[in-house]
Ligand binder design. Sequence first.
Ligand SMILES: [Zn+2]
Length: 65
Amino acid sequence: MKAVKCSFCKGDVEPGTGLMFVKRDGTILYFCSSKCRRNMLELKRKPAEVKWARKGGGLSEGRRG
Ligand SMILES: [Zn+2]
């Protein structure tokens, strides 16, 4: 399995640890964490609007989400 980038924060998704989501149109999204998945799919946030996502790492929690 090749390395992929998180579709939300663009951070590296380590093989075996990430989450994969297939949209109805066939687009495959990868997420480094459930936090990124939630922000993209449930909260409909854009990475540019989320400070922690711009840094390229969804693993360090921001206090304000
Ligand atoms: Zn991410």
